[in-house]
Write a protein that binds this ligand. Sequence first.
Ligand code: ZN
Length: 258
Amino acid sequence: MYRQIVVLTGAGISAESGLRTFRDQDGLWEEHKIEDVATPEGYAADPELVEGFYNNRWKQLHGGDVEPNKAHTALARLEQEFDGDLLVVTQNIDDLHERAGSRRLLHMHGELSKGRCPRSRQTFLLRDPFGPEHTCTCCIPAQRLRPHVVWFGEMPIGLDRIQHALDTCDLFIAIGTSGSVYPAAGFVDTANHHGAQTVEVNLVEADRHSQFQYHLQGKASAILPELVEKILSGNIISNKEMSNQEDKPTPAFLSNAN
Ligand SMILES: [Zn+2]
């Protein structure tokens, strides 16, 4: 049985709910230069442009067409039924994990549905799209809230807590993330270093240089329900089975002895 699990989710899990991902060919990056809409300097130069950029995503998220998928609900189920510790770290700024029921959740790149006081860093839930009327209640005079989103050149949120969880976890699962951007790209090394099993779930084939011990290729919404079921049933991913396979290993699950 696992005692402590860390799950990292990326754009792929949101894409399966129909959310456009930032770096897709038709993604919103294409309409803007990254430095204009995703840097502190871009925001300082033109806050309305940046707010409009995030409002487009906000409207897509709240348009009624976007719902959590089976991968999100599987992770929420894991949180509810797993006896050990679980932390879901997401690179996504949408709220699909919350809508599915996840609560032990860390948004390392911020949250689309929140604004942040630039002075106190206190965050405020936004019920409608961004605008200059959104001001903080923590300062006099009230400050204009900025998007609670981590921009290029800014530190991801909660790295200490993530590091601590990785240091002590015995299973690390990365879902729908390219795994190429640091610091998230280093999470698997940390988990491996501390003896955890490391599993990657991705639509695309495993990178040749992947540090993950196991690679599950396919849709997260198809793989996660079964994976969570096996974890909750007390099954663990078997190293022994794996080591007998040379090429592209497929994770094998061992049943309980009984
Ligand atoms: Zn304030």
